[in-house]
Design a protein around this ligand. Structure first.
Ligand code: FMN
Length: 211
């Protein structure tokens, strides 16, 4: 059996309690900017885990589209398996991994729908091709082959002018409202630095966790 574990030593950036901003959103914003500056290929890519009422757990990669004090926004198909799970149990976990920075961020919380205006705004910023792709895809449904997709894509592209391609009701955004965030910095000898923020009625409590 091959050993998939990496021999990497984590050596970078010490991270101590005094480096932490009391507000985890500001802390995330700093790390996100540093991940971009470091040249991470897709710093907004994260794994989103959901569970349905039968306890079937599922995780998939998504792109974070924005974040602020209200939460972390992503966009998807409202008829997809993840959307079905979120309608049953509106909670999720997000994980970011920024290998060049040797950093992980974990976020959990409740998930709510973004309002139509926010979803429209984001949809309308997308290229014509991306909007058409969203319209023709019954996300995660079985299809006969790739030609089936291309045919639908081409026929809608010819049929609709740019302004006619408005957001379909089955596509839009969600907001994960964070309740717990953990910032993980890789360190030498597997003695990694981990700090966890948990929301309580008075604000955010910060604790350090054993690696
Ligand atoms: C890097 C990356 C980014 C992705 N971003 C999105 C996204 O923002 N929205 C989306 O619906 N699917 C995105 N996907 C596809 C999802 O991983 C997944 O295949 C799809 O959403 C169906 O998931 P579901 O069947 O669990 O609902 C992305 C995949 C990768 C690899």
């Amino acid at each position: 059996m091959t050993n998939p574990s990496s021999p990497n030593e984590y050596f970078e950036l010490p991270f101590s309690r005094s480096d932490l901003h009391p507000d985890p959103i500001v802390q995330f914003s700093t790390w996100y900017a540093q991940a971009k500056a470091k040249g991470e290929i897709e710093p907004s890519a994260m794994s989103l885990a959901t569970v349905n009422k039968n306890y079937d757990i599922s995780a998939r990669m998504l792109l974070l589209k924005s974040f602020d004090n209200n939460g972390f926004a992503f966009f998807t198909n409202y008829s997809s398996p993840k959307a079905q799970s979120l309608s049953e149990i509106p909670k999720a976990a997000m994980v970011f991994w920024w290998p060049l920075c040797q950093r992980q961020v974990r976020i959990t919380g409740n998930v709510v729908l973004l309002d139509d205006k926010q979803s429209d705004e984001y949809f309308n910023q997308r290229s014509k091709a991306s909007r058409i792709a969203a319209m023709i895809s019954k996300q995660s449904a079985v299809i006969p082959n790739r030609e089936y997709l291309i045919e639908r894509f081409q026929s809608l592209s010819q049929e609709k002018t740019n302004t006619e391609i408005t957001r379909p009701s089955f596509w839009g955004g969600y907001l994960l409202q964070p309740e717990c965030l953990e910032f993980w910095q890789g360190r030498a000898h597997r003695l990694h630095d981990r700090f966890q923020y948990t929301k309580n009625p008075n604000g955010w409590e910060i604790v350090q966790l054993s690696p």
